[in-house]
Design a protein around this ligand. Structure first.
Ligand SMILES: Cc1cc2nc3c(=O)[nH]c(=O)nc-3n(C[C@H](O)[C@H](O)[C@H](O)COP(=O)(O)OP(=O)(O)OC[C@H]3O[C@@H](n4cnc5c(N)ncnc54)[C@H](O)[C@@H]3O)c2cc1C
Length: 641
């Protein structure tokens, strides 16, 4: 045990300043779903692969997978990949058609590969025999859309162990508990070839220099910490608090090109579902019967007001006149919701006394196989939801007898307060090789612009891993710039050199306060300017006063530095889009017109010699020269095997 400056006993040896040098052909940053698949497929190409992960690689990333979304090529699917990609475009013109189409085409392979690795992806024990959401022949169990059978539900808790075993067998060298702090570039120049990265061990504080011929960035997207952290606790959100946009910040400083950093996902109140219990508190329970405190049922309603009585009806799009249900679908593809998900209407009904809070999930009233499917399958299969299941059942919760209370009273009654803003669509621009504008830098998973989902992470990871390995094989030996490393070490260790100063929580709270105050749902030029000035002041003053007394605190401080960079990126991006957009959930009072055709485009930005350079790309730029005009042709051309 090491006692540091009179603070808590730190259980690990502290070795600040110890430098470890690691060489790789392919360096994968972030060991969640995309990083694991990238590392695996790079290793299959016969190159030396190093994987760096801030957490423990075995359980890294949210790994959420109570649903394998959009497995269009599975034998039961009633919708083709080409039909689905059209639907996705209808829902979102800013679609990342590259990662989306690759997912549609490849995700069934991922399901089968997981099975080969030892994960459970079918109902082999016939737990759900005869259930409407199961296919009797293949034994696949389906989620959300029981008719079209596009989204497969695996036994999610078996996926990460299987993947970890595969990584070990493939000989991937893994560095867990190391936080990546920067990307290294040739000659230390912004915009030059990426030749590696630096990192700090989150337990010992040791420094790492990774030198690599090719790098795949898989650090995921940005947590709500950037918007909502108030200094007291992490928000009760499912995204990892450690996902602070480290990859975004490092790539930005290196000169990588970004887009959609102004875009948000705004969750009104209930994110479409009431919250129950703890942790992953909404999605797994979709479709459950909900009652109020007097036992009165809260109906699920279609867009045109039709009440759906049976549980089965809530999962059958044809009954509601829809083509299919997509996880984030709107209009033609939106699933019906309970009345309680309407952030405006429901509070009014409560105030009038029509419903009495709190609400409950009426699990006992539901058919047994559906109840098990909801409470056991959806919850446990969710990346880490089994902890919640275990906690509830060990404390005697029995879904055949007990109801689960909804915790969303405040949320339901105050829709304004409950808005959650996420910057989760902003990411790196890339081509069909998953390569960025920087030589040697590839991306996979949610850090790609407008990308989300387990299957997408896995599919994009495979492509990026293969192409990074092929790039590494023909690229010259990387040279690390000593001055760049030295400067990064100085930056990373500055908070431990101080004996006094502000705490990381204060800095984090300050950053999110600025974004909340000036860039929340509505903003304008003046607000953006004030936000930028204030963030720069934070960077110049408070960020230089923040102190860390152990490697844990140092990690949190470094995350705040990432957040500070990402917050500025959000503001830069917001300033550049001079129009409102419903699609991007982006609103400016000084440019009220919504989605005018001339602004329906990607605005890109990157740093060049420290200056922000803006550019633009047309919608569906990935179907324009130099690429082929159709998804199919590009897929056939770029498919790496
Ligand atoms: C609760 C929850 C439920 C979900 N349910 C589903 C679902 O049912 N179906 C579905 O398709 N998708 C689901 N998702 C989304 C899915 O999990 C992600 O889209 C997918 O894992 C890809 O994520 P990612 O790219 O963010 O990478 P992740 O898998 O999150 O991996 C990123 C990794 O990078 C690491 N990292 C971050 N910064 C650093 C750094 N500086 N240094 C080193 N390592 C770093 C993180 O620790 C993390 O392990 C869910 C997500 C959550 C949070």
């Amino acid at each position: 045990m090491t006692s540091i400056k009179g603070m808590i006993e730190w259980p690990y040896p502290v070795r600040y300043g110890v430098v470890n040098k690691v060489d790789a052909d392919v360096l994968v940053l972030g060991g969640g779903i995309p990083g694991s698949w990238a590392a695996l497929y790079a290793a299959k190409e016969g190159v030396k692969v190093v994987l760096v992960e801030q957490a423990d690689v075995y359980s890294a990333g949210p790994g959420g997978a109570d649903q394998f979304w959009n497995v269009a090529e599975n034998p039961c699917s009633k919708i083709s990949s080409d039909e689905l990609i059209q639907s996705m475009e209808e829902v979102d013109p800013y679609l990342n058609g590259i990662t989306a189409y690759v997912t549609l085409k490849d995700s069934y392979d991922i399901v089968l590969e997981y099975e080969k690795m030892g994960a459970k992806v079918r109902d082999i024990l016939d737990e759900y025999k005869g259930a409407p959401f199961r296919d009797e022949e293949t034994k696949f169990v389906f989620y959300l859309d029981w008719e079209n059978k596009i989204h497969i539900m695996p036994w999610g808790q078996t996926l990460r162990p299987a993947l970890y075993g595969a990584l070990r067998r493939a000989g991937v060298e893994m560095y867990g508990r190391v936080k990546v702090t920067s990307l290294l570039t040739e000659g230390g120049k912004q915009g030059s070839r990426v030749v590696g990265a630096t990192g700090v061990n989150v337990r010992t504080g040791e420094f790492y220099i990774f030198r690599a011929r090719a790098t795949v960035l898989c650090t995921g997207h940005i947590n709500e910490r950037i918007w909502t952290y108030i200094g007291a606790r992490f928000q009760p959100v499912p995204i990892l608090p450690s996902q602070s946009g480290a990859g975004h910040a490092a790539a930005w400083r290196a000169g990588a090109e970004f887009t959609l950093m102004e875009a948000r996902r705004i969750f009104h109140g209930l994110a479409g579902f009431p919250f129950y219990s703890v942790g992953r508190s909404y999605d797994p329970y979709y479709g459950c019967t909900i009652v109020d405190a007097t036992g009165k049922e809260i109906p699920y309603v279609t867009d045109d007001g039709k009440i759906l009585k049976s549980v089965e009806e809530r999962f059958c799009p044809s009954l509601t006149g829809k083509r299919a249900y997509l996880p984030h679908g709107k209009e033609k593809y939106a699933r019906p919701h309970s009345l309680s998900s309407d952030p405006i209407k429901f509070p009014e009904l409560v105030k009038k006394g029509e419903y009495v809070l709190p609400l409950y999930l009426d699990l006992p009233s539901m058919p047994e196989h559906v109840r098990n499917y909801m409470f056991r399958q959806c919850l446990v299969s969710e990346g880490k939801g089994w902890i919640i299941y275990k906690m509830l059942t060990e404390h005697g919760f029995d879904p055949s007898q007990d109801m689960l209370q909804c915790y969303g009273e405040g949320v339901i009654l105050d829709p304004v307060k409950s808005w959650t803003v996420r910057t989760s669509r902003g990411g790196l621009v890339h081509d069909w090789y998953l390569k960025t504008n920087l030589e040697g830098l590839f991306v996979a998973g949610d850090i790609c612009f407008n990308t989300l989902g387990h299957t997408t992470a896995a599919c994009s990871g495979r492509w990026a891993g293969v192409y990074a390995a092929r790039y590494a094989k023909q690229s010259p030996k990387p040279e690390v710039d000593e001055n760049q490393v030295e400067a990064e070490m100085k930056r990373a260790y500055a908070p431990i050199e101080r004996s006094d100063g502000i705490n990381w929580k204060e800095l984090n709270a300050g950053i999110s306060k600025v974004l909340r105050t000036y860039c929340w749902e509505w903003a304008n030029e003046e607000m953006f300017k004030i936000a930028l000035i204030t963030l720069r002041e934070l960077e110049e003053k408070e960020a230089k006063e923040v102190v860390a007394f152990n490697p844990y605190e140092l990690t949190r401080v470094l995350e705040c530095f990432d957040l500070l960079t990402v917050a500025q990126m959000v503001v830069y991006a917001g300033m550049a889009r001079k129009a409102c957009s419903e699609f991007l959930a982006f609103y400016r009072s000084d440019y009220p017109e919504k989605d005018p055709p001339e602004w329906t485009k990607f605005i890109t930005m990157r740093l060049d010699n420290g200056r922000v350079e803006y550019g633009e790309l047309p919608i569906r730029f990935y179907l324009r020269p130099p690429f082929a005009p159709t998804y199919k042709e590009n897929y056939e051309k770029f498919k790496p095997w």
